[in-house]
Design a protein around this ligand. Sequence first.
Ligand code: COA
Length: 394
Amino acid sequence: MVCVRFRRDVAIVGVGMTRFGELWERSFDDLFVEAGLEALEDAGMGGDEIEAMYVGNMSAGRFIDQEHVASLIADRSGLTPIPCTRVEAACASGGLAVRQAILAVASGMYDIVLAGGVEKMTDVTTEEATATLATAADQEWEAFHGVTFPALYAMIARRHMYEYGTTREHLALPPVKNHRNATKNPKAQFQFEITVEQVIESPLVADPLRLLDCSPVSDGAAAVIVCPLEMAKEFTDTPIVVRATAQASDSIALHDREDITTLKATVEAAKTVYKQAGVEPEEVDVAEVHDCFSIAELVAVEDLGFVEKGEAGEAYHEGMFEIDSDYVAVNPSGGLKAKGHPVGASGVAQVVEIVEQLRGEAGKRQVDGAEIGLTHNVGGSGGTVVVHIFERAD
Ligand code: COA
C-alpha cells in the first residue's frame, strides 16, 4: 500500500497545460479545453473515458463576469452529462481540485477523473485584479482598510527581517533563481533573467516588496488525469504515484496568528504528508512551492522543513535550491513568479511540473535523478494550504 489512508492507490497518468501569460486572444473555456486535451493526449485516452471533473477557479465571476464555471467547462469540453465541480480556495483552488480528484479515485467512487484549473485575469485593470485578489483576505479586518496581498506579504517580510535578520538581498534570491529557471520553460510568462540589483531597484509595490518580488497577473490553464494505480499502466509506461495528500486551514486574517513569519497551515499539511508517505523533508528531490511573493518562498522552504526557521536567506545564498543542487530543487518551472500565476490554475500546474520532472521529461530544466516530488499550494495568506507528495512508480 503506497498511501496508508487511501482505499486504493492512485496515480497521475496524463498532464497538460497552456502557456501562461497575457493571452488576450484566448477565452477562459478555450484555455481549459486546450490544457484538458493535452492531458488526454498525454494519457492516450479519449474524453469519453473521463467520469468526473474538478475545476479549480478562484474568481471568474469578477475577472470575466462568469459564474457557474463547472457547467461551462463540462459543456465546452463536450463532456456533459458527467459531474463537474468547481473548487474554490483562492490561490489554492487548483491544488484543492487535484486533491478532490485524488480522493474521488482513492475512495472508489470513480476510476478516471480530470482535475484542472483555469483563470483569466488580464481582461481587467491591475487595480481591479488587486481588488479581486483581496477578496481572499478578511474583508472586515483587512481588505476594508485597504490591505492588498502585496501588503500582507510585505508585513510577513518585515517581521521575518526583524526576527531572523533576513536582508533585502535575501528576498531577491528566489525571484532571481525562478526567472533563471523560467528561461528553460517554454510555457513560462517571463523567459528572461533578472539580477539581485534589478529586483532591489525595481518599483516599490508594498515596502519592502518591489515589482520583481511579485508574481504577475496571468491567464492560463492546466489539467491532470487521475486513475487507480492498478489501471495506470494501460495509459502510460511512467505512472506517477500519489504518495500523500493533505490540506490544512488557518485564520484568514494575519492578525489572528501567533507568529506571522510561519504559515501554520503549511507546517500542519507538511507534517501530515511526510507521515503518510513515510518521507523526510530531506528526501524530497524536487518541489514546486507557492512563491506568490519572494518572502513566500523563503517562508515555504522553512515551513516545509527543508531548512531550519530563519535560515532560508542564507540557504538561498549558498544555492541550496537550484536545479543542479545536491539538495532539493525548488521551483524548476520558474514558480509562480516567472512561470506566471493564473490563480485557479497554479496548483494544478505545480503538479504538471512535478509529474514531468519525475518522468524525466522536463527538458533543459530536468532535475537529475528526481524520484520524490512535492507540491505546495497556498490560498490567500495561508488560510488554506494543500501539499502533495508524488513518486515515480517503476
Ligand atoms: N514581475 C515582473 N514583471 C512584471 C510583473 C511582475 N510581477 N508585473 C508586471 N510586470 C511587467 C510587465 O510585463 C510590463 O512589462 P513591459 O513594460 O516590458 O511590457 C511592466 O512590468 C508593467 O506591467 P503592468 O501590468 O503595467 O504592471 P502593474 O504595475 O500594473 O502590475 C504588479 C504589477 C506587481 C502590481 C502586479 O503584477 C501584481 O499585482 N502582482 C501580484 C499579483 C498577486 O497578488 N497575486 C496573488 C498572490 S496571493
